[in-house]
Write a protein that binds this ligand. Structure first.
Ligand SMILES: [Ca+2]
Ligand SMILES: [Ca+2]
Ligand SMILES: [Ca+2]
Ligand SMILES: [Ca+2]
Length: 410
């Protein structure tokens, strides 16, 4: 065989094997004997347990888990396996419409009509007929990945159209709201399916917006039910589920946020110098002060990102021994001071323990200084722990802070 031919065969083999992997991730992992079961007016099902996927020419649902990362064209957000129920979820790819400025193509990256693109099916045995409200757990990182349709037995009723998520960005969020012409963020109690008689029915979901991430769904007869955390256990009427997915550790709050978008710049606490600052490196994520030796510490580094105006998010660590105090300056001009509230945990980081300073001008080469002071509850001392500083485009600082809280006992 000529060199060129060998090369072609080689490329072809890579192509086939990559596609094989991707095809695998869009195929069902249960057979069509598996039937879920409604019990006491409720049934919960993992998105990844569909028995069939159809109409996949333009877009397809792909499974993501610790060792299964789909490569199916444009997909700018990160993987979100941590905190997903069953450690796996589906994402509809490619995600060609990421922001409002990407062209909207009806029937390709958007489908206001249900049942047209990438239809997932789930077999459910209902013991009780009646009206079932539909809740879906989704992960949205923007404004063009937060819509879905739900249907029943190949019918797409009015009240299954346009499920919508507005709040709960950048974290797994249960929602059950219908987008309407007047209320874009959706009307609660408006998404439901009417099960006319007991027995087997097929529950279906189809694409509204590409890039949508789908973890789990619940059908409940209780109009006032609100799921929490990962929701109820899956219940089976028939068949077996063999696959279980390996757990993924929740990354630190700071890294979850900073990795969420290319637009987000950051300097982690441990990227600041410690020598001669009274700080020490505490675990993998924090700088801290040993209260036996010091009550204050100061460290300075250079801002190396593009000059401009930024929203600044300071990720401090709440402690249960008191309130630390943090001050940030840019070239000796004070940007702000704050103290995270007490937590009942030993440590905690999350949105409510951050500071936000908006629309701050910073030049490349400016000196960013952080001053930490320890706090006390009268008996013990905090360690002035902090995780880092985040710089976002103006107006983004508020919205990027949603992410699961994290806490450690190093
Ligand atoms: Ca993605
Ligand atoms: Ca999209
Ligand atoms: Ca996505
Ligand atoms: Ca799941």
């Amino acid at each position: 065989m000529k060199k060129k031919n060998i090369f072609t065969v080689f490329i072809l083999m890579i192509f086939i094997s990559l596609n094989a992997q991707n095809d695998t991730l869009s195929l069902p992992i249960i057979n069509n004997l598996v039937t879920f079961e409604e019990q006491n007016g409720k049934v919960a099902i993992e998105a990844e347990y569909f028995h069939e996927q159809t109409l996949t020419k333009k877009r397809k649902w792909f499974r993501t888990s610790k060792n299964e990362l789909p490569k199916a064209g444009r997909d700018e957000d990160k993987h979100h396996v941590y905190d997903a129920s069953n450690n796996a979820y589906l994402e509809i790819l490619p995600d060609e419409r990421v922001t409002h400025s990407d062209k909207l193509i009806h029937g390709e990256n958007f489908s206001n009509e249900p049942g047209k693109i990438a239809v997932l099916s789930y077999k459910v045995k209902f013991n009780t007929p009646g009206r079932y409200y539909v809740w879906v757990r989704a992960f949205s990182t923007g404004g063009e990945d937060n819509g879905l349709h739900v249907g029943l037995n190949n019918v797409w009723p009015k009240h299954g159209k346009r499920m919508q998520w507005c709040t709960g960005k950048n974290q797994w969020t249960w929602e059950s709201k219908q987008r309407t012409k007047d209320i874009h963020c959706g009307v609660p109690h408006n998404i439901y399916l009417d099960i006319d008689k007991a027995g087997n029915h097929t529950i279906q979901f189809s694409m509204r917006e590409d890039g949508f991430e789908f973890d789990k769904f619940i059908l409940t007869k209780d109009m006032n039910y609100i799921p929490i955390n990962k929701g109820p256990e899956v219940t089976l009427a028939q068949g077996e589920i063999l696959e279980s997915f390996p757990e993924v550790k929740v990354p630190s709050y700071f890294s979850t946020i900073t990795e969420a978008s290319e637009q987000i710049k950051s300097i982690a606490a441990q990227e600041f110098p410690t020598e001669g600052t009274n700080f020490y490196k505490n675990g993998k994520n924090w700088l801290a002060i040993n209260p036996k030796n010091h009550n204050q510490a100061t460290t300075t580094t250079t801002f190396n990102f593009k000059s401009g105006h930024y929203d600044i998010v300071f990720v401090g660590v709440a402690e249960n021994d008191g309130k630390s105090k943090f001050t940030v300056t840019v070239n000796e001009t004070k940007i702000g001071s704050y103290s995270p509230e007490l937590t009942h945990r030993m440590f905690e980081e999350g949105k409510k323990y951050n500071a936000l300073w908006e629309n701050i001008p910073i030049q490349k080469g400016d000196k960013i200084k952080v001053i930490s002071q320890i706090g006390t509850d009268g008996e013990e001392w905090t360690r002035g722990r902090w995780a880092g500083i985040i710089f976002t485009p103006v107006g983004m600082g508020k919205s990027i802070q949603n992410s699961p809280s994290t806490y450690y006992k190093n």
